[in-house]
Design a protein around this ligand. Structure first.
Ligand code: TXA
Ligand code: MG
Length: 325
């Protein structure tokens, strides 16, 4: 499908023009690039599913300018979630709130809640402030693949399928937003992401974590195998796994630089200093890079299970999950 001569640029007027005409445009956010369309127009939203090859049972996040937009799209705003929005919006936090009928069924896959997020990226904010509608936007990658963190990543995969990529530079956070709702009297995290659980808990106290580990996405959350490179990824102790892979050629994805590895193993370290925010920022570009090399598999290790390390480890585990689960 090559419907468009895809342009990449920084022109907000061009992006707005295409969106107003019902087309999809890739936009930068501080987490990952999104594939945006008018969230209130089912005809525009359906194009997102076509371009991404995304199944219609996977609902979309609606991007709004700020907290004042919530009442237009949600019937209720539980106090804990309002407190989180007041503290962390604009930012890498998505809230699941009971939807109003103005949100098309296609956006929520018929689920009772709508996912709302006010992104912090200045280009996304400027774009949203000049549009008369919010933007439905999943990550701008083919369904199941690694999310894009640069305009170039988007171009490499969606070239010809969309008219315009709004370039806002590399994404500062690098993993998707943290998804939070309020269920049975508890603040509940459904997806670990760019806002650390510790930061949420500092505002609302202990949260419940309910990550969808099954391949049944009817519950909010995600498919188990997701964010995946095409190459096999083996997660665990890198040196022990290197000793086990026989004659295969492996690429190494380590948290910090690993000295003493044979130079024939291509190696990417996520952070020179062991900084988890830096590691998150580099994660998806590193996976893409290794996925393109002439190697048989990727050997990766987890990061410390704290702060953004939890989101990094979640993505690595999903990337490593066998395809048949
Ligand atoms: O950082 C992000 O969240 C990025 C940027 C572009 O904002 N977006 C993103 O969207 O990661 P996506 O489509 O790749 O992931 C959205 C996930 C869905 O897979 C689903 O798990 C959850 O959000 N979700 C969205 N709407 C929902 C709803 N109405 N009920 C339950 N879960 C929902
Ligand atoms: Mg995605």
């Amino acid at each position: 499908m090559n419907d468009f001569d895809t342009q990449t640029g920084t022109d907000l007027a061009v992006a707005a023009h295409w969106l107003e005409a019902g087309a999809c445009v890739a936009i930068p956010t501080e987490t990952v690039y999104g594939l945006a369309a008018n969230a209130l127009d089912p005809g525009a939203v359906v194009r997102i599913f076509t371009v991404k090859n995304r199944p219609a049972f996977d609902p979309l996040i609606v991007h709004v300018p700020g907290i004042e937009a919530v009442e237009r799209y949600a019937t209720d705003f539980p106090a804990h979630l309002r407190a989180l929005a007041e503290r962390f919006w604009p930012g890498p936090l998505t809230l699941l709130l009971p939807r109003r009928a103005v949100i098309p069924d296609l956006v929520t896959s018929g689920l009772p809640r709508v996912a709302l997020r006010a992104p912090a990226h200045p280009v996304a904010r400027q774009l949203l402030s000049r549009l008369a509608f919010p933007l439905a936007a999943p990550s701008a990658n083919p369904f199941g693949y690694i999310s894009p963190t640069t305009a170039r990543h988007v171009f490499d995969q969606l070239q010809g399928k969309i008219p315009y990529i709004l370039d806002g530079g590399p994404c500062a956070i690098g993993v998707e937003s943290t998804i939070v709702g309020f269920e049975a009297g508890q603040t509940t995290v459904y997806r670990l992401g760019g806002l650390a659980v510790e930061a949420l808990e500092a505002v609302v106290g202990p949260v419940s974590i309910q990550l969808n580990q099954s391949s049944n996405p009817a519950a909010p959350g995600m498919l188990k195998t997701h964010y995946a490179p095409r190459k096999t990824l083996i997660l665990g102790d890198i040196r022990a796994n290197l000793a086990r892979i026989g004659g295969k050629k492996a690429g190494i994805l380590s948290f910090t630089p690993m000295p003493g590895l044979p130079p024939e193993w291509p190696q990417v370290a996520l952070s020179a200093t062991g900084n988890l925010a830096e590691a998150a920022q580099h994660l998806f570009a590193a996976l893409r890079h290794l996925d393109q090399l002439d190697i048989d598999l990727i050997l990766a290790e987890t990061c410390p299970e704290e702060g953004l390390g939890r989101a990094i480890n979640d993505r690595l585990r999903r990337a490593a999950a066998p395809d048949d689960e």
